[in-house]
Write a new protein. Structure first.
Length: 247
């Protein structure tokens, strides 16, 4: 005899293709549909049942993906935070730079989804509960960045790690808001432009010498002179030594 449980475990290919595809919708797909519903009829007026129906998923599937309606709109942030965590598991010679690169990756993702991100921005600005949730989401990025720095640089001042994470996040969010709300293409900042701005943040916050932490010892030049040595003689000696090392 066949095992009934084994049969029931197989995919039900008797279901219409559209139904099977609907069950496989990603959280971000459902969230994008929800955002457009919120725009069309208002956040408060939209129910989870309406979102599930519009997305073509069952209510049970919806609640497997989201705890509540409040969780829907920032689904792509959840996905991005997971990607950042994975990115940080790889080895990076400069943790300060890795944080900047992670922020740039987030920006590039939103740039790819600019149309729906603009719709969400309008919905969030019109809904106080979503503005509060957005603030919480921003803090998750800051905490993720700061935690990574403290893990990779055990001797770093915790305050400095927090300040750097906040500065990177704020710079990213400023550039993102400009992109979302720009009325002219000339106002748009691309990933390269954001990377340049984040480089300036890194230069300002990262400790002196952090950017060359991985440089081999042969690239370092240490000079010791008597206190009575004239500044011009010090400069000349260092210049000569630097030239000889480069030749």
């Amino acid at each position: 005899m066949s095992d009934p449980s084994a049969v029931s475990a197989r995919p039900d290919f008797t279901l219409p293709l559209a139904a099977r595809q609907a069950e496989a919708r990603s959280r971000v797909d459902v969230a994008d549909i929800a955002v457009r519903l919120f725009q069309a009829q208002g956040y408060e007026a939209t129910s989870t049942a309406q979102i599930a129906a519009a997305a073509g998923v069952s209510r049970s599937t919806f609640f497997r993906q989201f705890r509540s309606k409040d969780d829907v709109i920032f689904a792509d942030h959840d996905e991005l935070l997971e990607q950042i965590t994975d990115y940080f598991t790889a080895r990076h010679d400069d943790p300060w730079l890795a944080v900047c690169e992670a922020a740039t990756l987030v920006f590039a993702r939103f740039q790819e989804r600019l149309e729906i991100v603009r719709v969400r921005d309008l919905v969030v600005r019109q809904t106080s509960v979503l503005r509060d949730r957005e603030t919480v989401m921003v803090s998750r990025y800051e905490k993720t960045f700061a935690a990574y720095l403290r893990l990779q640089l055990p001797g770093v001042d915790p305050v400095l790690a927090i300040q750097f994470a906040a500065a990177v996040t704020a710079t990213h969010n400023y550039a993102l808001r400009r992109m979302i709300r720009a009325t002219k293409s000339t106002e748009l900042l691309d990933s390269a432009g954001l990377a340049a701005q984040l480089h300036a943040v890194r230069q300002r916050f990262a400790p002196t010498g952090a950017h060359r932490a991985s440089a081999p010892a042969s690239e370092l030049l240490v000079a010791v002179f008597p206190a009575s040595t004239l500044p011009a003689d010090v400069a000349r000696a260092i210049e000569n030594r630097h030239r000889s090392a480069a030749s």
